[in-house]
Design a protein around this ligand. Sequence first.
Ligand code: PEP
Ligand code: MG
Length: 584
Amino acid sequence: MGSGFSLNGIGASPGIAIGKAFLLPAWEWNIPDEAIDANDLTFEFEKLFEGIRASKLELELIKQDISEMIGKQESEIFDAHLAILDDPIFMNEVHNIMKRQYKSAEVAVKETIDKFALMFDLLDDNYMKERATDIKDVGNRLLKHLLGVFPETAPVPDEPPFIVCAKELSPSQLSHMNPQQVLGIVTMLGGTTSHAAIMARAMGIPFVLGLEGKLAEPLENGDLLIIDGDAGTVHIHPDDKLVETYKARKSEWLAEKDRLNAIAGVPPVTEDGVRLELLVNMSSIQDLDAAIASGAAGVGLLRTEFIYMENSALPTEDEQFDVYRRAAEKLGGRPLVIRTLDIGGDKNVDFLALPREDNAALGYRAIRISLDRTDLFRTQLKAILRASRYGNVKIMYPMIASVEEVRAARDVLRMAMRELDDAGETYNADIEVGIMIEVPAAVAIADLLAEEVQFFSIGTNDLVQYALAVDRMNEAIAHLYDPYHPAVLRMLKTTVDAAKRRGISVSVCGELAGDRLALPLWLGLGIGEISMSVPALLPVKKELLASRADASAELLQRALACRTGAEIKALLQAGCAAIPQAEA
Ligand code: PEP
Ligand code: MG
């Protein structure tokens, strides 16, 4: 390859790696598709069952290794693989191809993997797309046993450590690598919620993905690379100067990581003694250990959609209860705010067969679905209520726009409680119930809503979208999506004032809560807690420890007097002292 160049992909695991490329060979199968004799079917079925048995045994061993090496939660990734081997739909397909078309076990398995992987790949949802990798992964494992070949222990270059480069990386492939030998990972395909990405984050390995179609020439073994997992960039054949720059950046990054880890146990209090609880948002319970290790005061938003999106059928009450209970127990008394299903809009669930809508963000979604499909809603509420025995569990409803909706939700909650009473199940009858404030109508009637619930959590992601009429998914108008718009700031103030007057608690759980720049707003508004993504927590805490609540209150007054989002942003950037009084 010629002189150096840089590419932009997606950062899937933070950190910087500098090293030589090692190209992981793709799993390629050459399986002759010949019909078999009817008399051989019994033998083929025996081979299949033996292959499944051997694959399961191997997965159990990997699970055990990963649990010891990385963590129990990461090891549970392989439960999904075990479940595929038990999945009746997947296995029926294999059996039918064998019985009806007289094909060997390996041909039937290969055809079934291809069919299911394609099906998942074609889905709109990124999370579901990445499940195609899991199907291919477990299918390849099974094929390996059926064919008696073992390509996954790829040859390792003589000089580790290296940067692993692959078209896509399966969790199994990653599990077979020695973390000491892997400096970083680059893949052409994949997404940030893929299991390989989750494992890389837990292992602390920088990972950039999504380079498909961006490389003019393929990478070669031994190419010098720099990968920046925060920025999502890959530098190929960097010159000495760039290598030196990144070496310096890497040591600064590691030093900052140490400094941040050192404040995990420090109380979240400003210089002038004001406490602001820092909680985390989670879209699965995978990162719960990491959240607790970084000193989170609890989970301020558990997005429960993942339980529905991970399954090929509606999750049962017991399945949901199991997830909520595990999270509640792990948090050991710290709050766990479980948001009821917020599906629709940008998130879809296949088995609900939601209609395509022209205005999905304004359509059949979130609490609207729950109040329409009270069967689903009751099941979820019962699972949450049962989990309330195991920790400090709270319920939160998304997308509330009216008092009627809160009251209707309360009726369903009461019904769920009665059903549990009848079944002799116990739960916390005084469970706290709150709502997300993310629709402008809810802001306008915040005083009325505050009389109906015990807490508010402001969802700035949707509030900004609805307040400014800017679709949060539309890149063409992304520049108009301004969380610092004065309209948003006024809405925050109205909501917090209403909550305070009625004596209920209020927090913020949109992305803005994890933006260090916005911290003076929360301190100035006198909010007691904010909830953000796990990686944002310690940087925000560092800022908090160096902040003053009194200066923030002044800054907020000035921000409220600003006329544009740009002015508000500039004011916050410059800090309280450095900026002249904004014009009123
Ligand atoms: C929000 O809208 O701010 C929010 C936290 O919810 P989500 O991003 O899941 O819509
Ligand atoms: Mg929302």
